[in-house]
Design a protein around this ligand. Structure first.
Ligand code: ATP
Ligand code: MG
Length: 679
């Protein structure tokens, strides 16, 4: 087994019993995990008896690629290698009956579940039980409880209004989702846990299925994810987790760093392996990372991180006048590095929030540098794509009220708000779902005839599509003709600006259809279904085959976790951006926001993504409502080792723009005027 040091080898060789690999960034944790799987398979462990959980789809894909290289495609495909969420989907599908879910269910993304929360809040407001509250804050609380494994009856009372209302809304939220046969993202983990808590038979079945469990990025697991792991661990206690407490960056979403810090308390007899050599980065990058994280104010597992790769370029600190100049500097460097032969995809621009990507994107486009976005607005988040998917979801699962509401009068077919209210009221009186009430629109007197006709017409189209799918027709054919028949294309093309925008947007729907077609051609007849396709669309958010791009990577710091690049630009190193203002503003007291120490760890994650060269950039001022605001350098730049960093400016002289020339001319004229007269 080439390419492993003694400690790594020991972790790979460890057999029965819990194992924790706790080590800093770039020390080969993920590599140990993949090598371990390969060693187990070589010894005869069946690939399907190994469950390996990774944090993001991208990380799971990457791990799968490495596994293919190590053990071949056939065996790699048999390993249960997924994220917690996609493992949950697999579990739920198998246990549909025990979960009381019926044939089809739908996965709600954040937007869908926010819609449910809004509905509940509206009712509470109308009944006078609550004032106007921020639905997102309520949703965040419910989500947090779910991540802690708390069911509605477990949530303690509170005097704080938001907690109190969220607690009141939670059971209603659960009931509504159940009535719609819907699961939100949190349910994908919570539902399996809940079932295995109650049902020994199911638990035994799943426990005996896996001989080895492995979890990457364990520092970012939530309480309920830990519980899932505990429920699945077999009698040998074969659970191996790897992580780095210094890279815990999902506290705001319910991650529990205690899971890794106290791992040996959760699993008796844990063996702990520490890795101390960083194989990823040159020494200056490792020193900067060490210096930044050493200033953390929190409980840490003290770790040493030595640079195995030795000396290299100093870390470059860049200051520009404003963010536009920052973008110019970054893109100028990228172009030059590409000219020197660095592949675009091996360079990344990382930032705290998606908004920061805009200027960089503009500049990349202006200079014709190819790029790809990670963790930005997902394809599936576009309105027209969600509308189209909502049609497919209602076809599949008529109980999905959220989708039904979305399409009931879109494209407009004359079903007004009053009619919808009446259908709602009818549903409420009879204890039915919206869709059930809709199906009985003939019983509701107050609905005008034309609306009634429109509802029937829509129901016919949906029914026809459902029939086609149930009788084994081609999904893409049905979907395309449904979108035409309901007038999605016509509506988009009738958009205000002469249809150009509409065509782009219909193009996105076409893209979805192509994705469906590809899926249908790839999957075997038994395996493919509209349900599975929609699951993938919701969980991945982006078309699979096209995400592996060739361009420079633009990514949020969060989405870059676990990845590595030859060159990294960490932009926006100013107070307010990194750390984000939400974490430093004393006015924000929301319990669900993070603290500044999590921002420091985010900075650490960013720094440690770089293999060969790292740029930390910041602007001195920015425009806000027409006024220039001075920016303060990020506190995370304090105390970095001077011997390992250098101030860097691009030598290339930028051509002046018109305003700058005008300014210079004015200054020149002024200076002429004040000069004494020369005779
Ligand atoms: P992170 O904390 O960022 O997830 P990690 O600890 O998972 O990092 P890996 O991604 O597994 O680290 O490894 C970092 C890099 O070091 C990879 O390019 C890997 O191939 C390389 N590497 C790991 N171990 C060795 C080794 N023993 N010899 C040479 N290269 C190694
Ligand atoms: Mg890793």
């Amino acid at each position: 087994m080439a390419g492993l040091n003694t400690a790594q080898q020991a972790a790979v060789d460890h057999r029965d019993g819990p194992l924790l690999i706790l080590a800093g960034a770039g020390s080969g944790k993920t590599r140990v995990l993949t090598q371990r799987i390969s060693a187990l398979i070589a010894e005869g462990v069946a690939p399907e008896a190994i469950l390996a959980v990774s944090f993001t789809n991208k990380a799971a894909d990457e791990m799968r690629e490495r596994m293919v290289a190590l053990v071949g495609k056939k065996r790699a495909d048999a390993i249960v290698l997924s994220t917690f969420h996609s493992f949950g989907v697999r579990f739920i599908k198998e246990e549909k009956a025990a979960l009381g879910l019926g044939q089809h269910f739908v996965i709600f993304d954040q937007g869908d579940s926010l819609g449910v929360v809004k509905d509940i809040l509206r009712q509470l407001r109308e009944s006078g039980a609550a004032r106007k509250l921020d639905p997102m804050a309520i949703q965040a609380r419910i989500s947090k409880w779910k991540n802690e494994g708390l069911l509605p009856e477990d949530v303690p009372e509170s005097d704080f209004e938001y907690d109190d209302i969220a607690r009141e809304a939670y059971p209603d939220y659960v009931d509504r989702l159940h009535a719609m046969r819907a699961l939100d993202f949190d349910d994908l983990v919570l539902a399996p846990v809940k079932l295995m808590r109650q049902n020994d038979e199911v638990r035994q079945k799943w426990r005996s299925r896996f001989r080895h469990l492995m979890v990457d990025e364990f520092q970012d697991t939530s309480k309920v994810q830990l519980e899932l792991v505990k429920l699945l661990v077999n009698g040998f206690g074969n659970v191996c987790v790897v992580g780095d407490d210094d890279q815990s960056i999902y506290g705001w979403r319910g991650a529990e760093v205690g899971n890794i810090l106290d791992f040996d308390k959760h699993f008796a007899g844990t063996r702990i392996v520490k890795l101390e050599d960083n194989y990823r980065s040159h020494a200056p990058i490792v020193s900067v990372a060490n210096a930044a994280i050493a200033q953390s104010a929190e409980r840490r597992h003290g770790k040493v991180l030595r640079a195995a790769r030795g000396a290299g370029d100093k870390v470059r600190l860049c200051v520009t006048v404003d963010p536009a100049a920052e973008a110019k500097l970054v893109v100028g460097e990228l172009r030059e590095l590409a000219k020197q032969g660095r592949p675009h995809a091996d360079m990344a621009v990382l930032y705290r929030s998606n908004l920061q990507a805009r200027l960089i994107e503009e500049e990349l486009r202006a200079q014709a540098v190819p790029y790809q976005l990670y963790g930005g607005t997902k394809f599936f988040d576009r309105k027209e794509v969600k509308d189209a998917a909502a049609y497919l979801r209602t076809v599949l699962n008529p109980a999905d009220d959220i989708s039904m509401r979305r399409i009931i009068n879109y494209p407009p077919r004359g079903i007004g708000a009053k009619t919808i209210e009446r259908i709602d009221a009818h549903a409420h009186e009879r204890g039915m779902t919206f869709a059930q009430s809709l199906a009985r629109v003939d019983e509701i007197d107050a609905v005008p005839d034309n609306s009634r006709a429109a509802i029937h017409a829509l129901a016919r189209l949906l029914g026809k599509a459902r029939h086609e799918i149930e009788t084994g027709g081609k999904l893409v054919v049905t979907a395309r003709s449904l979108f035409e028949a309901v007038g999605l294309r016509a509506d988009l093309e009738a958009a205000a600006d002469g249809g150009a925008q509409g065509q782009i947007r219909y193009g996105n729907i076409e893209h979805l259809l192509r994705w469906l077609e590809r899926y249908e051609n790839k999957e075997s007849r038994e395996k493919r279904s509209l349900q599975t396709f929609l699951e993938r669309v919701t969980l991945r958010g982006d078309p699979e085959d096209e995400s592996a791009g060739e361009g420079v990577v633009l990514s949020t710091l969060h989405a870059a976790k676990g990845l590595e690049f030859a060159v990294v630009f960490l932009i926006g190193c100013v107070e307010g951006q990194l750390p984000h203002s939400r974490t430093t503003d004393p006015k924000v007291t929301d319990a669900t926001t993070t603290d500044v120490e999590e921002e420091r760890r985010l900075f650490y994650v960013g720094v440690t993504r770089a293999r060969d060269r790292l740029y930390l950039t910041r602007a001195e001022k920015r425009l806000f409502r027409g006024e220039a605001i001075k920016l303060t350098p990020s506190r995370f730049l304090d105390g970095l080792p001077e011997s390992e960093t250098e101030t860097y400016t691009r030598k290339e002289v930028e051509p002046l723009d018109f305003d700058e020339i005008a300014d210079l001319a004015r200054a020149f004229l002024d200076s002429q005027r004040s000069k004494p007269e020369v005779r």
